[in-house]
Write a protein that binds this ligand. Structure first.
Ligand code: KIV
Length: 266
């Protein structure tokens, strides 16, 4: 039986000062590959909308789309001999902010229809009541603060957060509030490394950094950025290979063979 990663596994890793590895995944193949490579947590991010569905933000992503892709990821998880990754599904924009009850209804659908392990939602202090409501009803919630892409229409850009004293203080308060409310992990996106380190030392739950320096308990990257599939990577996410180039080269070689009558070989 392979070892099943749970929220408790991640908490233990934090206590033992061991880093966990998170990666986004959007389908069965990416889930299988990431897990075989040793990834602990598969995050079905609503970045799905931008990297796989052709939207220019995460705002248009629907609950049905998240459920469809998360169920595919869950079907891929557990195929590794070593462990079964923890699978987290992003709640998309407009499906949880209205009230704790709306968030519960959405989360229940996600958990029942996908078989995933946890939901993630964006927001700090203003979402604490909702996080507590979900947590009190048995739902594992990952909070996401700092740069929250679903608020892009409010802020007008994806600029890093926490670089002025007001934002710095607010993010620190957000972190404390979501941890106190019962979140089981906390994504810190595009905040100063020093702030992320301070939060990591302060809160009892594991922090997961993206563009937040090395001081977090875990790191997460977007599949397409890590593997060189994105047209342009954020500065904090260097590609570890260049799949975009390798894929176009392979397809071009095959196309050439087809056009010159060399494929199939016989
Ligand atoms: O949607 C997503 O992929 C995310 C990660 C970048 C943390 O929220």
């Amino acid at each position: 039986m392979n070892k099943r990663i749970t929220a408790a596994t991640l908490a233990k890793a934090k206590a033992a000062n061991q880093k966990s590895v998170w990666l986004t995944a959007y389908d069965t193949t990416s889930a299988t590959l990431a897990e075989a490579a040793g990834v602990d947590v598969l995050l079905v991010g609503d970045s799905l909308g931008m990297v796989a569905l052709g939207f220019d933000s995460t705002i248009p992503v629907t609950l049905d789309q998240m459920i469809h892709h998360t169920a595919a990821v869950v079907r891929g998880a557990g195929s590794s001999d070593s462990h079964r990754a923890w699978v987290v599904c992003d709640l998309p924009f407009g499906t949880y902010q209205q009230s704790p009850e709306q968030a519960f209804e959405t989360s229940a659908r996600v958990l029942q229809e996908t078989g995933c392990d946890a939901v993630k939602l964006e927001g700090g202090l203003p979402m604490a009541e909702t996080i507590r409501f979900l947590s009190d009803r048995g739902i594992a919630v990952v909070a996401h603060i700092g740069l929250t892409p679903q608020s892009v229409k409010k802020f007008g850009s994806y600029r890093p957060r926490g670089n002025n004293p007001e934002e710095y203080k607010a993010i620190l308060a957000d972190a404390g509030a979501v941890a106190d409310a019962g979140a089981v992990a906390l994504v810190l996106e595009s905040v100063p490394a020093e702030l992320a380190e301070k939060i990591t030392a302060t809160v009892s739950i594991p922090t997961v950094g993206i563009g937040a320096g090395r001081g977090c308990d875990s790191q997460v990257l977007v599949w397409h950025d890590l593997l060189g599939l994105s047209e342009k990577n954020p500065p904090f996410a260097p590609a570890y290979t260049n799949l975009r180039e390798q894929i176009t080269t392979a397809i071009a070689a095959w196309s050439d063979d087809v056009r010159h009558g060399k494929f199939p070989e016989t």
